[in-house]
Ligand binder design. Structure first.
Ligand SMILES: Cc1cc2nc3c(=O)[nH]c(=O)nc-3n(C[C@H](O)[C@H](O)[C@H](O)COP(=O)(O)OP(=O)(O)OC[C@H]3O[C@@H](n4cnc5c(N)ncnc54)[C@H](O)[C@@H]3O)c2cc1C
Length: 355
């Protein structure tokens, strides 16, 4: 197919929370931008299934806390509301495989984690509504960035975009693993990106929906903590209106290469142990194996610890003679890895660009 040719002042790579917040802030100041997104959907690691049917199921980011002040201000500005995550006063606790699970009392929490009413996707959807549809190019994985005299040429699947400035919001490791950059970035930056952990990149999220919240009828809360697994944590994931009932958990990241059916069978074995046969009467099963998501995860050259190099000072500088900014939540100096980090990073970059 023939390449479409575009020239613009600023390209944001990635339509996740960082990219869309940055575009929203710059549009408010009259700047023209293009966003280039590899996936067919917006949101990146914010990925709510069923949010258009009031049955939001979070496969990615879910919770925020009162400490996430930049995110909370943005939610207020966009007219979005939160609600408390149900935790309950007891949790099923399984400490070791040789002892049975038991019901543990949970301490009361005066500051519970919050979820977005209608699903985390609401923030993505609302931010995107302030950006012209033509300015967001979906299904356009960036393949290469090449610096010319006073511009950068971006090649995607079927576009060539010439821009004065480019902001990447990809997880840094993914940026240098998947995009060819010419001239090459300094070796120490490539080493740094490769050793920068992509938050939750290895995680496996699972959600089961049910006709009734049977776990509450048994005076439980749906909260499960297990050192035995393969589900390590699980929570009530019913919607704000309490008209859609679900349990959501984290499945051991070791099992990324087995099949969906094998994971589901393991889930049923574990949940049947706690809840009996009712656990098997689910209406739907959803899972996302983030490690298998080519537009989130790239493998590392060596072992990397959670949050390693997140917010590193080298990410606060520009590259390609001032024409490339490496952004995204992992580069944030505040709450890197989290939604708060994405909003904080977008705000910092917007300030840099506007001043
Ligand atoms: C399972 C899971 C649970 C989480 N839970 C929480 C939570 O409870 N609370 C919390 O605060 N945070 C949580 N997070 C983290 C949160 O999702 C992230 O902090 C935030 O969404 C990151 O936004 P971002 O825009 O910086 O990056 P991303 O969302 O990763 O956005 C990057 C974008 O770039 C796109 N892209 C990739 N490659 C290319 C390419 N070559 N060309 C063009 N586009 C490309 C991607 O498709 C994506 O849309 C969770 C994440 C996951 C995966």
């Amino acid at each position: 197919m023939k390449q479409k040719y575009i020239t613009t002042d600023l390209v944001i790579i990635g339509a996740g929370l960082t990219g869309l917040t940055l575009a929203y802030l710059l549009r408010q100041n009259g700047m023209s931008i293009k966003i280039v997104e590899a996936r067919s959907r917006l949101g990146g690691r914010i990925f709510t299934k069923g949010y258009d049917k009031q049955q939001p199921v979070e496969m990615g980011a879910t919770w925020l806390g009162s400490q996430h002040t930049k995110l909370i201000s943005l939610l207020h500005e966009l007219g979005l509301s939160t609600f408390d995550q149900k935790i309950g006063s007891t949790a099923i606790y399984e400490a070791i495989s040789t002892s049975p699970h038991f019901l543990a009392n949970l301490p009361s929490n005066p500051d519970p984690s919050k979820r977005l009413q209608g699903g985390s996707q609401q923030i993505i959807h609302t931010l995107a509504s302030y950006i012209a549809q033509d300015d967001i190019l979906l299904n356009q994985p960036v393949i290469s960035l090449s610096e010319t005299n006073d511009a950068v040429d971006i090649i995607t699947t079927d576009h060539t975009i010439q821009t004065k400035l480019v902001v990447s919001t990809l997880p840094p490791n993914l940026l240098t693993s998947s995009i060819t950059i010419t001239p090459a970035l300094p070796a120490e930056i490539v080493q740094l990106t490769n050793a920068t952990h992509t938050w939750m990149g290895e995680s496996i999220k699972i959600v089961l929906s049910y006709a009734k919240p049977f776990w509450r009828a048994k005076h439980l809360s749906g909260t499960i903590m297990s050192n035995v697994g393969p589900i390590g944590e699980m929570y009530d994931h019913s919607n704000y209106e309490d008209s859609f009932y679900a349990l959501k958990g984290f499945f051991s990241s070791n099992y990324y290469s087995i099949s969906r059916e094998e994971r589901l069978a393991m889930i049923m074995t574990q949940l049947r142990k706690y809840f009996g046969d009712q656990a098997t009467e689910y209406l739907s099963y959803e899972e996302t194996v983030w490690r298998n998501e080519e537009y989130t995860f790239a493998s590392y050259d060596s072992h990397v610890l959670p949050h390693q190099n997140n917010g590193h000072q080298a990410y606060q500088q520009s590259y390609m003679n001032g024409k490339l900014i490496i952004g995204g939540t992992e580069t944030s100096t505040s709450y890197p890895g989290y939604m708060e980090g994405a909003v904080y990073n977008a705000t910092s970059i917007a300030q840099r660009l506007l001043h």
